[in-house]
Design a protein. Sequence first.
Length: 166
Amino acid sequence: MIEFRKLTTSDGTDVFEMVQEIGKGENGFTNSLYSDDFYLFQEKLLRNYEMSEGINLKPQFVPQTIYWLYVGGKPVGYGKLRHYLNQHLLQHGGHIGYAIRPMDRGKGYAKILLNKLIQESINKQIKQILLTCYESNEASRKVIESNGGELRDKKEGVCFYWINNI
């Protein structure tokens, strides 16, 4: 059974443990929820909830919503959906970032997660989605391409994919 859940401020230790397993980030994905302490993690949940609502946003940030992917009642990954892009995100990050916990990679969950994030982008009326990934990250490139991503540019080892929601 697959579930796609929006971050809440009451998310628990199951999500915390997944975030810990993902680590600080890799392949261009920054795990901004990573922390060694559960209470600090809960503070980060609150900050990310506020970010999704556009509350207390610093000028360099845009609203961003985090979603968890659960399979069989267990969190296996998460994704970030930025509601719009600023100049920085046009060059680094794009609309969507996602990560699957290491023990659950290679099972097709990234493809499912990205598809669900694309559906949410449609709900938020984002007409064109930008995704970026390292050229060397073959797995992510395949996930993006399998979800309709069109490679439009490469700069300094970074691929720029666009998906049209029109």
